[in-house]
Design a protein around this ligand. Structure first.
Ligand code: MTE
Length: 326
């Protein structure tokens, strides 16, 4: 155990902040930012006295491809902490979304190391506390779209996956990145079902997808350490892909030359493609992808291509037939 264990850099203040205060403080900061922006606009306004109202574009955060605070970049409010932490897909614990948080409550997330190996110049094992201090923890509000047709807006904290990959120096032969989740059947009742699934949970990306700035290694949400049911101590958030691509409780990251087999392509290749990009035009055999229901809302909304992150990621798939490579 090193001296930095149990520290929570950069977000210590919000760690002890209840959600409603976190929300109102964020709203205050955004409002304050907007009025400072408005002040600048007035200062530059024509001398006829007419003044321009601040537009969303006047808010610097609206230029980011993700939201900040508790609102996504499309202006949608985040789901509540309660919703995000009590409705979870985490098959190692259960296929029942509403019981995962209870079953995961005693899951041990410390000590924890992540090995990064394979086709890299500097293979290394990272202690979770070192990862929290090595890379600045950023806040990003992303939409999470599950292939089952529901979605949430989540204020995550974490750091760009590209920073971790650059630290191990990928070799020229590396083309894919494989993420392996923890294997602990004694603490994870779902892992005792060895007939339906091949454990551990494994996901993978092409290296250029993994290097995209939107790919986030998540260490917290709502300014608190990541709860066990959401994948503590670290998971991925890949907002342009269906949620199943965002592996939880990662213990090993391996760079490979060949496309790795994944948990879901192994379980049912006819239903789950390697890419898992959100695409309203390609239905899953059991779920239409045209629309989705935001958790907490009754009506459905139209699903956006790449879950609304098209401008950041479409270039990764140029020339590919997205109906085939789903
Ligand atoms: N990671 C692991 N290890 N095990 C899982 O069962 N489920 C995936 C993904 N990551 C899963 C996982 C699916 S299907 C979804 S939709 C998201 O986690 C759900 O994340 P959430 O529970 O934080 O909403």
């Amino acid at each position: 155990m090193n001296a930095r264990r149990r520290t929570w850099p950069q977000i210590a203040a919000s760690e002890i902040t209840p959600e409603h205060i976190y929300r109102s403080r964020r709203q205050f900061l955004r409002a304050a930012g907007a009025s400072i922006g408005a002040g600048l606009l007035v200062a530059c306004a024509p001398s006829d006295g007419s003044s321009a109202a601040p537009t969303p574009a006047a808010d610097a955060t609206s230029r980011l491809p993700y939201g900040v605070g508790t609102v996504d970049e499309l202006g949608k409010a985040a789901n509540s902490f309660e919703q995000i932490t009590t409705y979870n897909n985490y098959y190692e614990f259960s296929t029942g979304k509403e019981e995962v948080h209870t079953l995961a409550s005693g899951f041990k997330t410390e000590p924890w190391t992540v090995a990064v190996d394979g086709l890299v110049g500097k293979p290394q094992s990272f202690d979770i506390d070192d990862l929290r201090t090595m890379f600045d923890q950023e806040e990003r509000v992303y939409r999470l779209r599950c292939v089952e047709g529901w979605s949430m807006v989540i204020p995550w904290q974490g750091f760009a996956l590209s920073k971790l990959l650059k630290a191990v120096e990928p070799s020229a032969a590396a083309k894919f990145v494989r993420f392996e989740s923890v294997s602990r059947p004694e603490e994870m009742p779902g892992q005792n079902d060895i007939f339906s699934f091949q454990w551990p949970y494994v996901e993978a990306l092409r290296l250029d997808e993994a290097m995209n700035d939107l790919a986030l290694v998540v260490t917290g949400l709502y300014g608190k350490p990541l709860p066990a049911q959401n994948g503590a101590p670290l998971r991925l958030a890949l907002p342009w892909k269906y949620g199943f691509k965002s592996a939880k409780a990662i213990v090993k990251i391996t760079l490979t030359a060949e496309q790795p087999a994944t948990f879901w392509t192994t379980a049912n290749a006819a239903e789950y493609g390697f890419y898992g990009n959100v695409n309203p035009d390609v239905d899953h055999p059991r779920w239409s992808q045209r629309s989705e229901r935001r958790i907490g809302e009754l009506s459905r909304q139209r699903t956006l291509m790449f879950n609304g992150y098209e401008s950041s990621v479409a270039a990764l798939y140029q020339g590919m037939d997205l109906a085939v490579n789903y």
